[in-house]
Design a protein around this ligand. Structure first.
Ligand code: B1M
Length: 213
């Protein structure tokens, strides 16, 4: 089997063909999808972020890395979400207003699907009003929000306020996450939970819906 560093390097270098081919080979040789994501792909994106911060990379390189990550994830997502069980709850999910980062959000969607939740994915740049409408129109138990920019975290608070104003805050549990988000921030804005990773989001969802089990 190929050294999986090839996968990390392919993402860092924005080489989507190699990223996809290496992922395909790794899966065929029995490497678990979660290992590929957690140990190779997410660290690669962190390295891309580090290079961006010290001006070695610019937006075009971020876009190429994101394309490589997404092409590998296309192979992995169905494996994360394949459970075949009846939905245990419905989650409305989105990246908040002003924020276009969707790789982490998509992983959260897959992990929640894998945990048996039905996902209503509102996409990126989702306004508080769109979250409110989704809760009003669908029978959802959880609102999950993702933010990757310090500047867009405030939209999480605005969304909670909009749900309060619409009188539907208590109908749902609110979970938040994303690189700059913290447990403390979740408490500060009155969210019901924070998860650091997509993998932890599924158990958090279970925990907030059934606190005693
Ligand atoms: Co952007 N970007 N970006 N970017 N980008 C970051 C976030 C940044 C940290 C890079 C850096 O400077 N080191 C920085 C933010 C700084 C800050 O605010 N503190 C940044 C910046 C500045 C920007 C722009 C402003 C750049 C510019 O234009 N000058 C711009 C903003 C655009 C906008 O959104 N309005 C921008 C644009 C972009 C691209 C479009 C080029 C591209 C995104 C492509 C896409 O998503 N389709 C991009 C990328 C790729 C990144 C980095 C390099 C990688 C993000 C990523 O996909 N990580 C990122 C650096 C970094 O994160 N290290 C960076 C992998 C992903 C799996 O992790 O999303 O953290 P993550 O998700 C994790 C957890 O956080 C958690 O689970 C996931 C998996 O475990 N999680 C949740 C996420 N959401 C959750 C929700 C939950 C629970 C858990 O709900 C319950």
């Amino acid at each position: 089997m190929q050294d999986l560093k090839t996968l990390s390097d392919a993402i860092i270098n924005g080489d989507f063909k190699t990223a996809r081919a290496t992922t395909e080979q790794a899966l065929a040789s029995g490497v678990g999808p979660v290992i590929l994501v957690q140990d190779y792909m997410v660290p690669a994106m962190n390295e891309v972020g580090r290079r961006f911060e010290c001006n070695e990379y610019f937006v075009p390189e971020l876009l190429l890395a994101a394309r490589a990550m997404k092409s590998a994830l296309e192979l992995i997502r169905p494996l994360l979400s394949a459970t075949g069980v009846q939905p245990v709850g419905r989650v409305v999910l989105g990246t908040v207003k002003g924020d276009l980062h969707d790789i982490g959000k998509n992983l959260v969607a897959s992990m929640l699907e894998g945990g048996g939740y039905e996902i209503i994915d509102l996409g990126v740049n989702v306004s508080p009003e769109q979250f409110v409408s989704a809760v009003q129109e669908k029978d959802v138990q959880i609102v999950a929000m993702s933010a990757l920019l310090t500047t867009t975290m405030a939209s999480m608070k605005q969304t909670i306020e909009a749900l309060e104003q619409a009188g539907i805050r208590n109908r749902v549990k609110i979970l938040i996450g994303g690189a700059p988000v913290t447990e403390r921030y979740a408490r500060e804005i009155g969210a019901d939970g924070y998860s650091e990773s997509a993998a932890a989001a599924a158990s958090l969802a279970k925990q907030v819906l059934n606190p005693i089990s």
